[in-house]
Design a protein around this ligand. Structure first.
Ligand SMILES: Nc1ncnc2c1ncn2[C@@H]1O[C@H](COP(=O)(O)OP(=O)(O)OP(=O)(O)O)[C@@H](O)[C@H]1O
Ligand SMILES: [Mg+2]
Length: 241
């Protein structure tokens, strides 16, 4: 009972809020409106699927939520803090503490081992070296790669590389995992394994926002947001399962 109350308490306030967010890229004389009044909100512990045609602004939205870029107009709140007007260094701080990224292309450092890749984000947070090492073992074990810690990315399969990327995303125990087509480069079996892993993280209470083109993955998520032309085209609270 106590646990339930706590979860309810934790899940009361939105963890991510976008209010009328616009992003206009400038290409010389040409303006490319990637986001055109995007509004959405996410509760803590939710698993959100983001779908929509190529070019609809999915990755742009993820970059904004993940503190990699700021909007041209509008407001973004992450854990109730307005991140839309933060400086580069403030954004980097919030990003390191709150966000874990998983990308379609894995984006691992090719010259570092699995363990080196997982330890990297911890270095930026000034974690004690021994603690870093212990935590990297734990995380790689958790994603089923306890026996691959000294392998470099090119010595790992695509599915294994994505597991390393997930372990790296968990390095600083972020509240929010942002995954941009995490299974886009994987075969069906590896993709299903990665989805199972994300499902476990969701069970553990992580908030996950995942871009996907794969309608079969709808079964894993609490809610699907559909983007078109830089805004949501379904109701914010539609498709709750
Ligand atoms: N850095 C950039 N400079 C200029 N235009 C950009 C930039 N990044 C994205 N765009 C444009 O913004 C629009 C949205 O791009 P975005 O990458 O967010 O789409 P997406 O929904 O993630 O597409 P996909 O499914 O192909 O990954 C596109 O028209 C794209 O060409
Ligand atoms: Mg994209």
């Amino acid at each position: 009972m106590i646990k339930m109350t706590k979860k309810k308490e934790k899940c009361k306030d939105d963890i991510i809020v976008l209010e009328d967010v616009w992003k206009v890229y400038r290409m010389g004389e040409i303006e490319v409106p990637a986001l055109q009044g995007l509004s959405m909100s996410v509760k803590p512990c939710e698993f959100i699927g983001v779908m929509g045609p190529s070019g609809s602004g999915k990755s742009t939205a993820m970059n904004m939520i993940g503190c990699l870029d700021t909007p041209t107009k509008g407001r973004i709140l992450l854990e109730k803090k307005d991140i839309s007007r933060m400086s580069e260094s403030e954004l980097a701080q919030v990003r390191g503490r709150v966000i874990g990224f998983v990308f379609q292309q894995f984006n691992l450092m090719p010259n570092l081992t699995a363990q080196g890749n997982v330890m990297l984000p911890m270095m930026f947070q000034d974690m004690d070296p021994l603690e870093r090492e212990d935590r990297s073992y734990e995380l790689l074990d958790r994603v089923g790669l306890g026996k691959r810690i000294h392998h470099k990315p090119k010595e790992l399969s695509g599915g294994e590389q994505q597991r390393v990327a997930i372990a790296r995303a968990l390095a600083n125990d972020p509240d929010v995992i942002l995954a941009d087509e995490p299974t886009g480069n994987l075969d069906t079996k590896s993709g299903a394994e990665i989805m199972a892993l994300l499902g476990e993280l969701h069970e553990d209470g992580k908030t996950i926002v995942m871009v996907t083109h794969d309608t079969r993955q709808e079964e894993y998520v609490d809610r699907v947001l559909r983007l078109q032309d830089g805004k949501i085209i379904n109701g914010d609270d539609e498709t709750y399962s």
